[in-house]
Design a protein around this ligand. Structure first.
Ligand code: CMC
Length: 470
């Protein structure tokens, strides 16, 4: 729809709202977009009562649009996902992760020379500062790789004070060269940080990036190279991971991407914003779901235990991890592709036994009224964990494998946010239901309220409590 038609449409469509507290009527224009029609929440503020504007209440942002974006499009009912208008299925079949990152961040597919330049710039930034590498070595042997990745990203912000708005001034990201540089640094170094976290876990030295391998191939190389002269990951495994990276690169305003915009709105540096978003992604309801799916499949352990597990889900004792989505009320288009990749990977690695449980679980869930009525379908995480397992990744590496590609989407949103004149610091309102104003009571005059203060105790703590103290 062109701009004039859009304007005419806006004039034609509006809500007429009468406030029965005051009798006041307002007309609120309805805007139209490809995804949904909407009204501007601030317009409702014109309905004032006792000096207070009318606000909207929406915990969990169930029905709230908080920005305008051109990066990805989802039709949750039809199961459609497009990056900059290009269907995910086409990208998964024909593109590479590096090209997709370019598309997401810059808005168009690159020409041959642009792709080459982009690729070279990312390669140049695969080396991380030796202090960062050294710092990573000081994590405990059993530290979760996401904990290492998040902390390292945040720490890297201290390596670049010249581009930190807190030190260099708020306008620092108005310089496009500086913005681009941070994009190259972050995207380029992510596989190195991620592979370092894995090498720590297996008690091996960090590998240096290879100068002549693709983004994904180099990641596999840094993870796995030992003392071989030449180490080259299997091309089919590289391609499978590449497709998984493409599928995970962007997904509009999910919890972590929304958080990048949220943090960026405060003016914080991009390293801290990306570290914060990685924290949001780490949660088991979001990017940690693939890890949670694997733990669930292991817990079920045998096909015969599935009926009891489904019963527990329906009795609300458990969640069927890898099922359900805030936006998709149909089969997640990414899940279909992931399921196909699983079999391609098994041709090389041998079949992962947990796939049988996953397939049976899906079959039962998709024919059960509980899941049908609630439109609960497998999401991207349902099968990705099984592939990662077949590829030999420890379960706690799964969210890391989600984070690396998702950083492309986060950086695309960061860049879009920086150029968006509509954006302001994110500052929601609350519905306060706490005590009315009251006075401070001195400690000896206070009534005691029953507040639960216990915390869990280890056996060691209990043993210590039996000791005589002096
Ligand atoms: N297992 C069992 N019941 C579920 C599940 C599930 N996985 N997901 C939703 N429901 C039920 C929920 O209890 C509710 O039932 P009722 O209406 O009777 O109260 C109904 O389905 C509707 O759910 P909802 O509360 O509207 O769903 P939501 O949009 O708030 O939550 C979700 C979406 C992804 C957090 C949730 O489906 C979930 O926790 N799924 C499991 C975790 C998971 O797989 N997460 C990965 C998401 S995809 C990757 C990403 O984008 O991060």
């Amino acid at each position: 729809m062109n701009r004039l038609a859009l304007y005419a449409n806006q004039l034609a469509h509006h809500l007429t709202i009468t406030d029965n507290r005051t009798g006041k009527t307002i007309e609120v224009p309805i805007s139209t977009s490809r995804e949904s029609d909407f009204i501007h929440a601030t317009k409702l503020g014109a309905l004032q009562y006792q000096g207070q504007p009318l606000r909207v209440y929406d915990p969990g942002y169930m029905n709230t649009i908080c920005c305008t974006s051109k990066i990805s499009y989802i039709d949750g009912d039809k199961g459609i996902l497009e990056y900059r208008g290009i269907p995910i299925e086409e990208l998964a079949e024909k593109s590479t992760f590096v090209e997709v990152a370019y598309l997401l961040i810059n808005g168009e597919l690159p020409s041959k020379s642009q792709l080459q330049e982009w690729d070279e710039k990312l390669r140049k930034h695969t080396f991380i500062h030796t202090d960062a590498s050294q710092m990573m070595k000081s994590f405990r042997y059993d530290a979760h790789p996401m904990g290492m990745l998040i902390s390292t990203l945040a720490a890297i912000s201290t390596f670049h004070p010249e581009v930190n708005p807190a030190l260099a001034g708020e306008g620092v990201y108005k310089n496009q060269d500086i913005v681009n540089k941070q994009i190259y640094r972050i995207l380029g170094s992510l596989p190195t940080i991620a592979s370092n976290s894995f090498r720590n876990r297996i008690g091996r030295e960090h590998n240096m990036p290879h100068e002549n391998m693709s983004y994904v191939e180099n990641f596999l190389y840094m993870l796995d190279k030992l003392n071989e002269k030449e180490y080259k990951p299997h091309p089919k495994i590289t391609r499978a991971l590449e497709v998984l990276f493409i599928l995970h690169a962007e997904h509009e305003l999910n919890c972590s991407t929304a958080f990048v915009r949220h943090l960026s709105s405060s003016g914080v540096d991009i390293y801290t914003a990306i570290a914060g978003a990685a924290g949001a992604l780490y949660g088991p309801k979001h990017g940690g779901a693939n890890e949670a799916v694997l733990r669930m499949l292991e817990e079920i352990g045998d096909l015969k235990n599935i009926p009891q597990f489904i019963k527990d889900v329906k009795d609300r004792k458990k969640l069927l991890m890898g099922f359900g989505h805030r936006v998709y009320k149909n089969y997640d288009p990414r899940a279909k592709i992931v399921k196909q990749i699983a079999y391609q990977v098994f041709e090389i690695t041998g079949k992962e036994p947990l796939i049988e449980i996953a397939i049976e679980l899906e079959k039962i869930a998709l024919s059960d009224p509980y899941f049908i009525q609630r439109k609960l379908y497998p999401n991207v995480d349902f099968y990705s964990g099984v592939i990662y397992r077949a590829l030999g990744f420890p379960t706690d590496m799964f969210p890391v494998l989600f984070t690396i590609p998702r950083v492309a989407g986060w950086l695309a949103h960061w860049k879009e946010y920086l150029n968006d004149k509509e954006n302001n610091i994110v500052r929601p309102r609350q519905n306060y239901v706490g005590p009315e104003k009251r006075n401070y009571v001195p400690v000896d005059q206070r009534k005691e309220f029953p507040i639960y203060l216990e915390s869990n105790k280890s056996s060691r703590q209990k043993r210590r409590e039996t000791a005589t103290l002096s």
